[in-house]
Design a protein around this ligand. Structure first.
Ligand SMILES: *Cc1c(COP(=O)(O)O)cnc(C)c1O
Length: 370
């Protein structure tokens, strides 16, 4: 066999569909419904010429300086990645011992990637690729963050796990976690805590200051969702310079493409444009949650740009197909405990209205009654 057993056995991550269907309303991968700021598009266009033959900055130096100013820290507290997904993988590789060849692994947390369930479904895949162990601990029944005392009582949580990955606000539930609660958990943890804040800009609070005050905490951010730059693949981590330096050692030399660096830098210069978009999305989110509620959906409270909602009547999977037939694409996860739910990205007001009208039409179909 040419392929390593670990790779042969591996169940790869399944990203959301990216169909190119005309007129499709795409509410399945939490993309921002608004385009990047006009000046950001200009900056990218202005950079597309003969200079594409040159390598970009290997350290993304200017972008790191600007982010440092934005967050009130130093460039050495920041590492940029090809999307935050790359940085999650780097964190696993730099901080977690593969389980093979680690005979004490069963007794301590050196080879453990710890995560709450449900959370971002990429995490266990990254652990599996690395040959690390996964400790998957259920969230509380209402998907809130279990407290330290409850985790101790439960007996499953490992306070010595090498790396704990927490999506906050959480995906796919949309729930926000209080920074005070996260701080308590971070302080109780002996290994590294990585707080994945992909949706923080749509939330009431964020935990970035924990990465600047606690030496074992990393915060991940991305330009994908809030800054409408999924296509460009730029994310970053903030944290203690010793942790950042460790990840920096093992990354590819030119991991962040040049146009992505330019787009991200320009985005930071137009914060007001993006803040207005965050407010619009939050307003649409409230409207959509209320409208779905009136139609019999049970919508979980969301601090993100999506809503996890349990549809009435037929199984969620049938709703996925019924909406797809009406050219509206949402996300359904074939996994407990979210199998009964749809994850719906908050689009523009017009897209949200189209979704609500499609739901009404589906509910009115005779075969779906009762
Ligand atoms: C979208 C998402 C990411 C990945 O972001 P990229 O920067 O596009 O790689 C990471 N974490 C969570 C929870 C996400 O939803």
């Amino acid at each position: 066999m040419l392929i390593r057993p670990l790779v042969r056995r591996l169940a790869a991550y399944v990203p959301g569909e990216q169909p190119r269907v005309k007129g499709l309303i795409k509410l399945n991968t939490n993309e921002n419904p608004y385009p990047p700021a006009p000046r950001v598009l200009q900056a990218v266009r202005a950079a597309v010429d003969g200079r594409l033959r040159l390598y970009p900055s290997p350290t993304a130096g200017r972008l790191r300086e600007r982010l440092a100013r934005f967050h009130g820290c130093r460039a050495e507290n920041i590492i940029i990645g090809n999307g935050s997904d790359e940085l999650l993988a780097l964190a696993v590789r730099a901080l977690v011992e593969p389980a093979a060849g680690d005979p004490d692994g069963a007794r301590d947390g050196r080879s453990v990637v710890q995560l709450f369930h449900p959370s971002y479904s990429l995490y266990p895949v990254l652990a599996a690729i690395h040959g690390a162990r996964v400790n998957r601990v259920p969230l509380a029944a209402d998907y809130s963050l279990p407290g330290v005392a409850a985790l101790r009582r439960g007996g499953q949580w490992q306070f010595d796990a090498a790396l704990t990955l927490v999506t906050t606000p959480n995906a796919p539930t949309g729930r926000g976690y209080a920074t005070a609660d996260l701080r308590t958990l971070c302080r109780a943890q002996k290994g590294v805590m990585l707080l994945d804040e992909a949706y923080a800009d749509f939330a009431e609070e964020n935990a970035l200051r924990l990465a600047l005050t606690l030496p074992r905490v990393l915060v991940a951010r991305t330009f994908s969702k809030a800054y409408s730059l999924c296509f460009q693949r730029v994310g970053y981590l903030v944290g203690h310079r010793a942790l950042i330096a460790a990840l920096d050692k093992i990354r590819d030399s030119y991991n962040v493409n040049g146009l992505g660096q330019i787009a991200a830098e320009a985005s930071l210069a137009h914060a007001a444009y993006y803040r207005a978009n965050f407010r619009r999305i939050i307003t649409t989110r409230r409207w959509l949650a209320a409208a779905l509620g009136r139609l019999g959906f049970e919508a979980l409270p969301s601090q993100t740009n999506f809503i996890l909602a349990r549809p009435p009547g037929p199984p969620a999977r049938d709703w996925l197909e019924a909406l797809r037939a009406r050219k509206i694409l949402v996300r359904w996860f074939d996994a407990e405990p979210v199998r009964d739910y749809l994850r719906i990205t908050v689009g523009t007001p017009a897209e949200a209205l189209a979704l609500v009208q499609a739901v009404r039409a589906i509910l009115a179909e005779p075969r779906r009654r009762g």
